[in-house]
Design a protein around this ligand. Structure first.
Ligand code: SAM
Length: 267
């Protein structure tokens, strides 16, 4: 899969792509990622990429010319892009479903904003979608670009060695991941759940499945509706929900708050 990332801080993006599974996949040729310096697409002596906003106000805006030129040069040198992603806090919140959808494409271009943002004409005429990685504002699109490239790359076959690990990840099925433990089986008096050291693979699978449902019900109940729960899992959610009044009573008599009301209405 090919990525072209356009930024005024190529070294920042390169350093984020050098290590781990993405770094290895680049070396093996599974991922072909080119990071472009936006200044290389300017035509003036000072390689200026920004200008003051029309209408006044604080900050600077990334000019349209170098971004249009970058997109055109990439299309010419590396072939047409299947999608041009503009990183923006005003974009669609990025989800695992977006990562999956984008991982089926061959060639993605990612545009990183800076300062007050990018001239709107880039969003209108160059970008095919605008992506936000969350409801907060970063200083630039470089970290969002790394987030998107990493999340998409993990889903490209072969990038993560063990495909099963990707399948079990949070959100892949619509549930949060179950808890994980490693050796030692007992650490400072804290034991790992007995079932995990029992050697009963069927029981271990069942425990993990229930813990994923429990964790999702407790932390992100709104995800349960889209998780395609089977009959056993539905029954378990009902069990969890039925345990709420008991929990609430116990905590109230102990003078504590109780938040598992979140479990209510989770199916
Ligand atoms: N004035 C802009 C606003 O309020 O929406 C913020 C611009 S921000 C300081 C500069 C650049 O960082 C943006 O153009 C975008 O590329 C990137 N950026 C910041 N936060 C982001 C987020 N949550 N998701 C994606 N990109 C973000």
């Amino acid at each position: 899969m090919r990525f072209d990332i356009v930024t005024i801080f190529p070294e920042m993006v390169e350093s984020g792509l050098a290590a781990g599974v993405v770094g290895r996949a680049r070396q093996s040729g599974l991922l072909d990622i080119v990071v472009h310096n936006l200044r290389d697409f300017t035509t003036d002596r000072h390689r200026v990429v920004d200008d003051v906003p029309f209408g006044g106000g604080p900050g600077m805006v990334l000019k349209p010319e170098p971004l249009f030129a970058a997109a055109e040069a990439i299309a010419e040198r590396r072939g047409p892009a299947d999608a041009v992603l503009l990183m923006s806090p005003a974009g669609k919140p990025f989800t695992q479903a977006d990562a999956k959808r984008l991982s089926y494409l061959e060639h993605l271009v990612v545009l990183c904003g800076r300062y007050e943002g990018i001239d709107e004409r880039v969003r209108e005429h160059v970008a095919t979608e605008e992506i936000s990685i969350g409801d907060y504002v970063l200083s630039g699109g470089e970290m969002p670009a790394l987030v998107v490239v990493d999340a998409v790359s993990r889903l490209v076959p072969g990038v993560v060695g063990d495909a099963q690990s990707v399948e079990a990840d949070s959100f892949t099925r619509g549930l949060l991941d179950h808890p994980h433990y490693t050796r030692p089986a007992e650490f400072r008096g804290h034991r790992v759940p007995d079932v995990l050291v029992s050697g009963h693979h069927g029981e271990i699978r069942k425990w993990r499945q229930r813990e994923a449902v429990r964790r999702t019900a407790q932390r992100r109940p709104e995800l349960l509706a889209g998780a395609g729960l089977d009959a056993d899992e539905h029954a378990f959610v009902r069990e969890l929900r039925d345990s709420v009044p008991a929990c609430a009573q116990a905590k109230a008599s102990a003078g504590e708050g109780c938040s598992p009301a979140r479990i209510k209405g989770s199916e």
